[in-house]
Design a binder for this molecule. Structure first.
Ligand code: GLA
Length: 729
């Protein structure tokens, strides 16, 4: 059983294969957080709590003259407001009487089999043969009658615990939620932790960063209306000396695509509190009596095996428990060519067929028609929202175009940006009130487009109808779903002035409803997410799409960092990676080696390539197909850190049974007459014997992992190597 309630100690222990998580219904029924880390079985971990009279830390009234019990120093499972805990709160609620107070005490708990679900938000699910148990703890405030339901699911084998929260207004007046965090964890010895996050910018997403804890609140978050390029809803807390292979690491991955916040607070007593959830900026959510609010899920994983151990937990879990698309595991994804960097918006049906014909010689299976095919769309100033074919460009009509591509033996894909509208569009002219715009003010423009008010049901229904109609009109195999601006002018004409603080969140709920409908109506279509590259690359998006465009930056050397950072949490099989013209001095072979650390494809004008170049591409496409199971289903290892000075970047894919592996190296720098360098493999069977690239010699896994492979330095800069290791005994 993954959840143990001990009647005597009143502890509840969540037990995975290698980790324990414990809480306790403690003093005065406060729910205390006692432990998260390596297994401790059923030990009551409350012995760690030392109680002192801490000056200036308040005591609950019921403690009477007992001054040693203060919520300011006690480890909390859900930190409250105005109860003497001055650290960051999990909830801020304005009660019906105008007071800001929440005094939640544990009133009940329930343990059941299976995974909880949320009605309004995406969640991970229990896969076939998973043992999953769920705990529900209800906290209640006896004055306001606001209940907080804490949800936990324990995935025993996967070493994963998920958390989510529901707020129920059981009182008889409306309340207003101003902050609600899905997770709260207090650690006793917090000063020795580091925080790892994935900050970035357009073209440089998820550039992994690590910082020591100091005595303040470290915040990671987005207020751009989407999870953003600038931060990612994923953080790691780790030992200060944790490395790729050793050390304790805790991961927190939020299943949410809108504004989010993670706060890590090192307090006055060196205790560390981590909270994560929806960002409170411009968030005021009214709950009428009996209404329920759901906060997004956080997927937590713990390992003692460093960052690689943690990545493997997330990669395995997200490959099996996050996205239901058949393309995640069962059906091989095609090698694609995308029209964007080939033609931008300057194409017609004839040009697309020419690209497809040339790409056919390159071993490409799928042509994707990117931005520019609809409405009046010759540049990015107009047309968004008019999801019908531009007859001047696609003169033969969509159906005929797709037929021509299919006749070549290729599949067809299409681009959408459903959440957006151009002022110069029929949609905007017909429904200006559908665009987010604050009454009486001009909207902020970004790429000259406005965001639709996705919180509106009529907007959602329009998009569902329009996008589904296009997808049903022709034999469409693939969809790229884009969003190319951050949100501003947060306003909905459907909501009264006092409820505008709900719009950010309602936008995301509307988006999920639209995506859910379109994807479920078309289960055979391969969906790829995109947001000006990888601007909304988060776990919730991967619940809907099996893959996501990593970045608009296709430069292969920059991509080394992009893939490195992304891989801390998101599996390689989700990473959209293409070969393009970017990187003038980088050989095409190296571009291919880099793009094979992902879903692999092309983003260039195939008609400009010579027959010889097309033949090279064909070899690469075939190679990718050969290595596909290894890359998509194997274990991924970061062998070097591209953010550190060094002359090469290396990574490795190892099959689950360790019988084969692909080790890739890119030479990023060459020093004159420099030392010989070696790359040490990982994840092999030490006494297994491996043949490299079908050569004559056999090398033991131990030799390859300890001495490593020498990298030939008499090569040109940006050369690359792929070593295919096959175990023979
Ligand atoms: C975004 C995407 C690109 C391309 C363009 C089209 O920038 O990231 O891949 O689809 O939009 O406008």
């Amino acid at each position: 059983m993954g959840i143990i309630y001990n009647e005597t100690s009143k502890t509840i222990t969540l037990q995975t294969k290698h980790s324990s998580y414990q809480m306790k219904i403690g003093n005065l029924d406060y729910l205390l957080h006692l432990y998260y880390g390596p297994s401790i079985w059923d030990t009551d971990m409350s012995y760690q709590i030392m109680q002192y009279d801490r000056g200036f830390s308040g005591n609950p009234y019921e403690s009477r003259n007992e001054r040693t019990f203060s919520l300011d120093a006690q480890p909390q499972e859900f930190s409250t407001q105005q109860q003497g805990d001055f650290r960051t709160a999990s909830i801020e609620v304005v009660n019906g009487d105008g007071s800001y107070s929440y005094h939640g005490k544990a009133v009940s708990h329930k343990i059941s089999k299976g995974k909880y679900q949320l009605d309004t938000l995406p969640c991970v699910f229990a896969a076939k043969n998973d043992t999953v148990d769920t705990l529900e703890v209800t906290l209640s405030d006896e004055i306001s009658h606001v209940q907080v339901v804490l949800l936990y699911s324990v995935f025993e084998e996967a070493d994963v615990i998920t958390r989510a929260v529901k707020v129920v207004n059981s009182g008889d007046t409306s309340i207003h939620l101003k902050k609600i965090m899905s997770v709260c964890l207090d650690f006793f010895n917090g000063a020795d932790f580091d925080l790892v996050s994935l900050p970035g910018r357009y073209g440089q997403e998820r550039q992994a960063e690590r910082q020591h804890m100091t005595h303040h609140i470290h915040t990671i978050g987005s207020v751009r209306g989407s999870s953003s390029h600038q931060q990612n809803p994923f953080v790691i807390l780790c030992d200060r000396n944790a490395t790729e292979d050793y050390g304790k690491c805790y991961g927190f991955s939020l299943m949410y695509s809108g504004n989010f916040l993670a706060e890590a607070e090192l307090d006055q007593y060196d205790q560390l509190r981590l909270v994560m959830g929806i960002h409170p900026k411009q968030f005021v959510y009214e709950l009428k009596p009996q209404e329920v609010f759901e906060g997004p899920e956080v997927v937590m994983a713990f390992t003692e095996h460093g960052f690689t151990g943690l990545s493997h937990l997330y990669h395995d879990f997200y490959r099996t428990n996050l996205c239901q698309s058949k393309f995640v595991q069962d059906v091989q994804r095609p090698v694609l060519i995308n029209s964007w960097e080939a033609a931008f918006m300057d194409f017609d049906d004839v040009k697309l067929v020419e690209i497809a014909k040339a790409a056919k010689n390159m071993g490409v299976d799928l042509l994707v028609m990117d931005d520019g095919w609809f409405g009046k769309r010759d540049d990015d100033n107009s047309g968004l929202g008019d999801w019908y074919v531009n007859q001047n460009k696609i003169k033969c009509g969509l159906h005929k175009l797709v037929e021509q591509i299919n006749d070549l033996g290729m599949k067809f894909g299409i681009w959408f940006e459903p959440e957006m509208v151009s002022e110069d569009s029929d949609l905007y002219r017909a429904h200006p009130d559908w665009a987010m715009q604050i009454p009486g003010r001009h909207a902020v423009r970004s790429r000259n487009q406005m965001a639709l008010d996705m919180s509106r049901r009529d907007v959602q229904d329009y998009l569902i109808q329009q996008v589904n109609a296009i997808l049903d009109d022709a034999n469409i195999f693939y969809v790229k779903w884009d969003i190319n601006r951050s949100l501003a002018d947060i306003w909905s004409n459907e909501l009264p002035p006092e409820r505008q603080g709900e719009v950010y969140h309602r936008y995301i709920l509307g988006l999920y409803r639209v995506m859910d409908n379109i994807i479920k109506t078309h289960p055979d279509i391969l969906f790829e997410g995109c947001s000006g590259g990888g601007g909304r690359y988060d776990a919730a998006m991967l619940h809907y799409y099996p893959q996501y465009w990593v970045s608009d930056n296709n430069h292969p050397i920059d991509r080394l960092k992009l893939h490195y950072g992304t891989s801390f949490v998101y599996p390689v099989c989700t990473m959209g990676a293409h070969i393009s013209d970017s990187g003038k001095f980088v050989p095409i072979k190296t571009k291919a080696v880099v793009a094979m650390c992902g879903t692999f494809g092309y983003e260039l004008d195939a008609t400009h390539l010579t027959k010889e170049e097309q033949a090279i591409c064909k070899e690469q496409s075939d190679l990718f197909r050969k290595y596909y199971p290894l890359i998509i289903k194997g274990d991924y290892y970061r062998l070097t850190n591209p953010f550190k000075a060094g002359n090469m970047t290396a990574w490795q894919h190892v099959s689950k049974d360790q019988s084969e592996s692909l080790l890739s190296v890119v030479v990023t720098n060459l020093t004159c007459n420099g030392p010989q360098e070696y790359v040490q493999a990982k994840g092999l069977v030490p006494d297994g014997m491996y043949r490299i690239n079908d050569g004559k010699e056999l090398y033991s896994g131990s030799a390859l992992m300890n001495a490593g492979l020498p990298i030939n330095r008499e090569v040109d800069e940006y050369s690359s190597f792929q070593f295919y290791l096959k175990r023979e005994r």
